[in-house]
Design a protein around this ligand. Structure first.
Ligand SMILES: [Zn+2]
Length: 204
């Protein structure tokens, strides 16, 4: 546990969220009122109320610096996002992914890790963890073990190995993902995103 004083108070945090949402509402209103694009925007919002057809499922790290909608410049309704620390897939994440595969018919799963991942770093360093954080570590340890003989940056090697392991796990995850993958209905790929540029490097 850190004894450092937090940067923000809980009141400030609530205020940021409320103000952020107000800015969003004002932007939506402005877009609707724009004489050139207003009708198209109203149509777009209407489509969103009718349902979702995300073209990709993003399984990625909860790290606040890697928001997939911003990295891929996608609009609302495009990406079905499952984020956990270190993009670990436990039962709740698995169920969310299966829902998007089987019910929303998204044809692509992207497992996106990133450099400087705190979860992977903690697993490499065998950091002492408390509470449910251990469940996250447990799912990263196999990648640490598999990459331990790689020469060079041990964290980068573990990040890549963990992405590969997660892709393989999903390809073999019964009953839904494995079936859809083997029938050629979905593809499952891995990617690494870089913090300094947001460049996405595909590990296929
Ligand atoms: Zn991370």
């Amino acid at each position: 546990m850190s004894n450092e004083k937090p940067l923000y108070t809980m009141e400030k945090a609530m205020e940021f969220l409320k103000k952020g949402n107000q800015r969003r509402l004002a932007n939506i209103e402005k877009s609707k009122q724009n004489p050139e694009t207003g009708d198209k925007y109203k149509e777009f919002r209407q489509r969103l109320t009718e349902g979702q057809n995300p073209f990709a499922i993003l399984v990625c790290c909860s790290d606040s610096r890697f928001p997939p909608e911003i990295i891929f410049q996608n609009r609302e309704g495009d990406l079905f996002v499952v984020r956990t620390a270190g993009h670990v897939v436990g039962s709740d994440a698995a169920g969310s992914i299966e829902y998007a595969v089987a019910h929303l018919k998204s044809p692509l799963i992207v497992v996106m890790g990133h450099d400087k991942c705190g979860a992977v770093t903690a697993a490499v360093n065998k950091a002492e963890v408390h509470g449910h954080i251990f469940n996250v570590m447990e799912r990263i340890y196999p990648a640490v073990e598999m990459s331990k003989n790689v020469i060079g940056d041990s964290i980068a090697a573990a990040v890549d190995q963990h992405i590969t392991n997660t892709v393989e796990y999903l390809k073999n995850m019964e009953p839904i993902c494995k079936k859809y993958y083997q029938e050629g209905k979905i593809n499952i790929v891995g990617a690494r995103c870089l913090i300094d540029t947001y460049q996405v490097q595909w590990l296929i």
